[in-house]
Design a protein around this ligand. Structure first.
Ligand code: FAD
Length: 492
């Protein structure tokens, strides 16, 4: 087993900023990320240098990201890329899926900077080839320079829609429509909240203007509620269905599709995103306390002012604490890095910590205004008719979820036992938020009371042989403390 003073899980803005702050304070740090290159979602770096087709906005991201990532060359920092942390104990033992070296790492301190996953909607046709998330499209574009071929529709809610649409258009993609579910009247009612964040709000306005100048239709209060495909010949199969059109409907303030408003948009690619869900699996597995954040519409990891969680020695920074954006992630990584180093006895003054905290509240205030504007609405679960598959790994439909809820399966864990929802390869990362909303709507409760799936190791797919390194996977008595948190996370 390897040992380190501080293990940082995640090399996005939060993780990199944490690692650099802790290393500069004197601590020895190991940074682990499943990706091949550091940078996370926002500062994702290209596999090969940007070329003439790379939009200016992306070039700026790449350059700023490279400057940040340069900090990782500090002699106190070791990087483990292409390494998945698939298990963690409350005593900070990490289990790694890596090609070489010991598969376990004992850390004196852990900083969880695992980011977020995208929230999607389940609607008839959402599993057709050609329907994907906005983030996936953006990731392919940022890392490989790939843009979707044919007519592209973007739909959902949140700032990523505008930013990604602009990047795609500037890279030459044929975007035929952007549909934001939140109504314009809601934007107007909340405009005052952005008064103190004019520069950030203007960024969004600039995206919108660029789309307008490029002739891309942008509509508020609309959503893709169905995707339809035709059989097409491909290189790999004689005949396979692929998306060809999207049904776009007006939606109410609560995102309920308005009957009789459906219009068809011809499209070869439909990209959907309804914001983000904090990736709290490792934090929950370790046993850290979590609370439901109604604006995020999901559970977030609780921390104190130095971003230490309820478990001594485990810190959390960035999206895992609640969706805050890259700037908040950078600020929080800095705080967590200093906090973790200080708790190990390295000299970090109160003034340094106070200086690190100053930008955090500003960025979190902006994030709160955005979260309020784009708050996920209950009508999202109406997009799935009874025949729509919600859990794609285990092929569980919305109808089966509704029936289970009516029969008494009113928590996600109960659903899992009832019909295997969330038990597949993705461990509920994709379906849990939708399933929670469907159950909540069916029995008339808040998604908070439906809870979360208990995190289980391995949290991500790993070769079966590697699981064998947990010598005693189900210990009893005091030994349990040293092992995985079988449902021990405090969920408020
Ligand atoms: C698909 C997607 C696209 C986004 N696009 C934008 C955008 O265009 N603009 C914007 O402002 N915000 C965007 N965001 C939001 C964005 O995540 C942030 O604001 C910012 O990157 C958060 O930083 P972070 O360090 O908290 O997390 P991230 O940047 O998400 O970094 C988390 C890192 O942790 C790693 N990781 C997670 N779990 C494990 C594990 N078990 N083992 C090993 N490594 C692990 C991941 O590989 C990742 O590199 C996007 C988010 C997503 C999910």
């Amino acid at each position: 087993m390897d040992t380190t003073e501080i293990a940082v899980i995640g090399a996005g803005p939060a993780g990199v900023s944490a690692a650099v702050a802790a290393a500069r304070a004197g601590a020895k740090v190991v940074v682990i990320d499943e990706g091949a290159r550091a940078g996370g979602q926002f500062f994702r770096q290209p596999a090969s240098p940007p070329n003439g087709a790379t939009p200016e906005t992306l070039r700026q991201h790449f350059t700023r990201g490279r400057e940040l990532l340069d900090g990782l060359s500090h002699p106190n920092i070791t990087i483990r890329s292409e390494t998945v942390v698939w298990n963690i104990t409350p005593k900070r033992q990490l289990f790694l899926n890596r090609a070489d070296g010991p598969p376990k790492l004992q850390a004196n301190r852990v900083i969880l900077a695992t980011g977020a996953t995208e929230r999607v909607a389940a609607f008839p046709g959402w599993a057709l080839p050609g329907v994907m998330t906005v983030g996936a499209t953006q990731s392919l574009f940022k890392s490989q320079g790939l843009i979707p071929a044919g007519r592209v529709v973007l739909a959902g809610s949140g700032p990523l829609l505008l930013a990604a649409a602009r990047q795609l258009v500037e890279a030459g993609a044929k975007v035929v429509g952007v549909f934001e579910a939140t109504r314009f009247s809601r934007w107007l009612r909340r405009a005052a909240r952005f008064q103190n964040h004019r520069d950030r709000a203007l960024e969004g306005f600039d995206h919108w203007q660029r789309l307008r100048a490029a002739g891309v239709p942008f509509q508020f209060g609309r959503a893709v509620t169905r995707a339809e495909g035709d059989n097409v010949e491909t290189q790999h199969a004689a005949s396979t269905a692929s998306v060809r059109r999207a049904a776009v409907s007006r939606v109410s303030e609560e995102w309920r599709p308005v009957p009789g408003t459906e219009k068809t948009v011809e499209a070869d690619v439909v990209c959907v995103s309804f914001g983000f869900i904090p990736a709290t699996e490792l934090a929950r597995l370790a046993g850290c306390a979590h609370r439901f954040d109604p604006l995020v519409g999901a559970f977030v990891t609780e921390t104190n002012e130095t971003l230490e969680t309820s478990l001594a020695g485990i810190f959390a920074a960035g999206e895992v604490r609640g969706i805050g954006g890259a700037e908040a992630a950078l600020a929080e990584g800095h705080i967590a890095g200093l906090g973790a180093a200080r708790s190990l006895g390295y000299k970090v003054s109160e003034a340094e910590l106070a200086e690190a905290r100053a930008p955090q509240s500003r960025h979190r205030a902006f994030a709160a205004a955005l979260a309020d504007l784009f708050a996920v609405q209950p009508g999202l679960s109406d997009f799935a008719d009874d025949g729509t598959t919600v859990c794609r790994c285990e092929e569980v439909t919305a109808g089966e979820l509704r029936e289970a809820a009516r029969s008494g399966a009113i928590t996600l864990n109960a659903l899992k036992a009832w019909n295997r929802c969330g038990m597949g390869l993705c461990q509920g990362r994709m379906c849990a938020p939708i399933a929670a909303q469907i159950v909540a709507a069916e029995i008339g409760v808040s998604p908070a009371s439906v809870g979360v799936f208990t995190a289980r190791p391995p949290i991500k797919p790993v070769p079966l042989g590697i699981v064998g390194i947990v010598e005693d996977p189900r210990p009893t008595g005091p030994a349990m403390e040293d092992h995985v948190g079988y449902g021990r996370a405090v969920i408020r």
